[in-house]
Write a protein that binds this ligand. Structure first.
Ligand code: 3PG
Length: 207
């Protein structure tokens, strides 16, 4: 699968940070059952790679599990070897770009400026994460990039919410949006499955 095809499967991609494997499997099952089949599990917790492995094993085969916060080549290989179908990074370095190209692994590198978008394109990436979207210019930035680099498509994340997702998705150069708003933790630090289901169902309404 190419990264563009993955973004087409689901215009809303939950960006997930789990503390334990059981939590990952149960929350991902809620998201999947509500219709969100592309999931990004970030490598921000020591359990993240085990979470990717467990979700791959326990959820139906048409679940597409990616790994987020890929900061270097070692993490790319680690996530790939755990079964992540695609990778996402908040940025891009030459080494990381070369690695994921050589791996032939669907990859969404991050950019926040025009120059970064141009460098990512020069590296052969045309589907990009726009991060952190809201504080880097949001919808206005994407419209401006679209007028000079119309061949690029974006997945804005960072500050996107259930209230703003539809406005981003209405842009011609936005293929999907990502965010953690679907799985916010409550005061006890837990992710409430009922809230996840409600927010996921609302997100699917944007498809
Ligand atoms: C990411 O890695 O894409 C972000 O942490 C998601 O941003 P959000 O938490 O503001 O949705």
């Amino acid at each position: 699968m190419k990264i563009d095809d993955i973004l087409k499967v689901s215009p809303v991609i939950p960006v997930l940070s789990f503390r334990a494997v059981d939590e990952a499997v149960s929350v991902c099952r809620c998201l999947y059952e509500e219709g969100l089949k592309v999931l990004e599990i970030t490598l921000r917790h020591p359990a993240a790679v085990d979470c990717i492995r467990a979700v791959r094993a326990d959820l139906p085969d048409d679940t597409i599990v990616g790994a987020g916060t890929i900061l270097d080549s070692d993490r790319a290989w680690e996530a790939h070897n755990a079964g992540a179908t695609f990778g996402v990074s908040p940025g891009l370095t030459k080494t990381l770009g070369d690695t994921v190209k050589a791996m032939d692994w669907p990859f969404l590198p991050g950019i926040a400026t025009l120059s970064e978008a141009m460098m990512a394109k020069e590296h052969g990436f045309t589907a990009l994460k726009f991060f952190p979207a809201e504080i880097s210019g949001g919808i206005g930035f994407l419209k401006a990039v679209g007028s000079v680099l119309p061949e690029l498509t974006f997945c804005p994340t960072g500050g996107v919410t259930g209230a703003t997702a539809a406005s981003y998705l209405a842009l011609k150069n936005v293929a999907a949006v990502g965010g953690s708003w679907l799985t916010e933790r409550n005061k006890a630090g837990e992710i409430d499955p009922a809230i996840v289901r409600t927010k996921a169902a609302a997100a699917v309404a944007h498809f």
